[in-house]
Design a protein around this ligand. Structure first.
Ligand SMILES: Nc1ncnc2c1ncn2[C@@H]1O[C@H](COP(=O)(O)OP(=O)(O)OP(=O)(O)O)[C@@H](O)[C@H]1O
Ligand SMILES: [Mg+2]
Length: 291
């Protein structure tokens, strides 16, 4: 059977299963103020922990011009999102199988072109992305540092934003600025904070409380805390090895903390009542395009 046919069959199967269970696709967008705080490593290992917990996850790399997730996963992706639009391929052509059932769509270099597409191409992109509705439980977008016009649209259209910071004062200030800008455009956004590279959980709690306090005081914005990850040379090591720590070093501290974080995320924080899913995401993106 051709790969394309196999994908389509799988899609159909998955959709039927999900429909039976009344599952909806949640769209989550990952951001930070300062660059290099660990978003991409978080995205991959968070996704892998979600997959291990039984979630169907599609990870989409929207970091313009970079192929970070491919590299971190040690994958060699042939077709990118931009190729899908340029060459009128379908979403299943660009959905690459990663480790343990995780699936990846890479934006590819020149992703910024996507945002300058003709109306026809934009509709094509949205139609193809729309096919993921009901296919995955969670679609996770990894974006570049800071807020480009494009990543901002992605965050504003998502069901939930994960904001990553480190304890560094500059990272915290920049994270606050991101919340300020996004909150100004939509005060109902759900923001969840991850403090990466902490020395211990005590430091994580202190940093998270500080961020929560300033957003509450100056923006009247309540943000949730998703969790913390320790500063650990295993993370750097797994980057060098192009092998995610969650798989390569499952007994390491970062992997254990990630597992706990995902457990809480799925069992305690998993409020799916307000999600608008991939359809809502596309509707909101379309509104930005029309503006
Ligand atoms: N918990 C951690 N412990 C130790 N080192 C870490 C940790 N998290 C990230 N790093 C280091 O930080 C580097 C940058 O991480 P990553 O590429 O995930 O950041 P990013 O926020 O995605 O960067 P960019 O803004 O450029 O997209 C990694 O290569 C790794 O060496
Ligand atoms: Mg990155």
């Amino acid at each position: 059977m051709k790969q394309d046919q196999a994908y389509r069959l799988r899609e159909l199967h998955q959709r039927i299963n999900n429909m039976k269970q009344g599952r909806e696709t949640k769209v989550v967008s990952i951001t930070s103020g300062k660059g290099g705080v660990g978003k991409s490593n978080f995205a991959i290992n968070f996704a892998l922990a979600l997959v291990e917990a039984g979630q169907k996850v599609v990870l989409i790399d929207l970091d313009i011009g970079m192929a970070n997730l491919e590299i971190l996963l040690g994958m060699n992706v042939k077709d990118h999102l931009i190729d899908m639009v340029r060459h009128k391929k379908n979403i299943w052509d660009v959905l690459e199988k990663g480790p343990n059932g995780l699936e990846l769509i890479s934006g590819g270099s020149g992703f910024e072109e996507i945002l300058d597409l003709s109306e026809h191409d934009t509709n094509y992109l949205f139609t193809e992305l729309g096919r993921l509705d009901g296919y995955a439980d969670i679609i996770l977008f990894d974006t570049g540092a800071g807020l480009s016009k494009e990543s901002q649209r992605c965050h504003l259209a998502a069901d939930e934003i994960i904001l990553v910071t480190t304890p560094e004062p500059t990272a915290i200030t920049d994270a606050y600025s991101v919340v300020k800008i996004l909150n100004h455009q939509d005060s109902n956004l759900q923001v969840r904070l991850v403090v990466n590279r902490v020395q211990n959980s005590k430091e994580g709690i202190a940093i998270a409380n500080r961020v929560r306090m300033v957003t509450k005081q100056f923006l009247a914005k309540e943000i949730d805390v998703l969790g913390f990850l320790p500063n650990d040379s295993i993370v750097f090591q797994s980057v060098l090895e192009q092998s995610p720590f969650y798989l390569k070093y499952p007994k390491s501290q970062p992997a254990k903390w990630m597992k706990d974080m995902v457990n809480i995320y799925l069992n305690v924080d998993n409020n799916r009542s307000n999600i608008t899913g991939i359809k809502g995401f596309i509707n909101k993106l379309s509104q930005f395009v029309k503006k």
